[in-house]
Design a protein. Structure first.
Length: 216
């Protein structure tokens, strides 16, 4: 394709809608920290690996001070609920199903760290999920596996665990939970990147230019 016919329009967050709501400490369910996920719940999203990370944190690292909230729906919800029971992490993990926009922003606004446990595979490696940019827009530090496009999008707003390794994911998560200043700095980096480059208002001119070119 000729370069003058190529337009990259990213699915950036609309900052008039992505607005932090004051934290609600009750969402931590009595624990010190809140770890949040939002998105589709299917096989490729790797939430079984997140549950395994929670087990490792509890059994090997002695950490029961984080509550995990998983927001969203999909084909694997019931399987994951059953896995959570088998792994005996129900008291640490909450599946909310689909939530209202207000509840979404309140939960993410309360979260200490947001996570993206998408498995490393050919598709995920070349995709940026909306949740990554939403986390960044809210100034939240991120833990995800080492995905090429995930790193391109999040940069230093995220830490990157070894591919599909729940133990390393758990360690990276604990490192952030124990370092609030680093979390604050990462959140600032993510928010600034969204404001200056990734937000939807930066994408609109590219989209309009693509339509103009096509219709000409």
């Amino acid at each position: 394709m000729s370069p003058d016919r190529v337009f990259v329009v990213r699915s950036g967050p609309d900052l008039t809608r992505v607005r932090p709501i004051p934290p609600n400490s009750e969402l931590r369910r009595g624990r010190r920290f809140l770890v949040a996920y939002v998105g589709v719940i299917g096989q490729q999203e790797g939430l079984d690996l997140l549950l395994e990370a929670a087990v490792f944190m509890r059994d090997e690292l002695g950490r029961t001070d984080a509550h995990f909230t998983i927001m969203g729906d999909g084909t694997e919800v019931e399987n994951l609920r059953q896995l959570s029971r088998r792994l005996n992490v129900d008291e640490l993990v909450e599946f909310t199903g689909r939530v209202s926009e207000a509840q979404l922003w309140e939960t993410l606004g309360t979260a200490d760290v947001c996570v993206n446990p998408d498995r490393v595979n050919e598709m995920n490696d070349k995709s940026t999920m909306n949740k990554i940019l939403e986390y960044m827009a809210l100034g939240k530090p991120i833990v995800q596996f080492e995905l090429a496009e995930g790193r391109v999008s999040a940069g230093e707003a995220s830490v990157y665990a070894a591919p599909n390794d729940p133990r390393d994911f758990a360690r990276k998560l604990c490192d952030l939970l124990d370092d609030p200043e680093r979390c604050r700095q990462m959140g600032q980096i993510g928010r600034q990147r969204v404001e200056e480059e990734l937000a939807w208002h930066h994408q609109v001119p590219r989209l309009l230019a693509a339509y103009k070119k096509a219709l000409s």
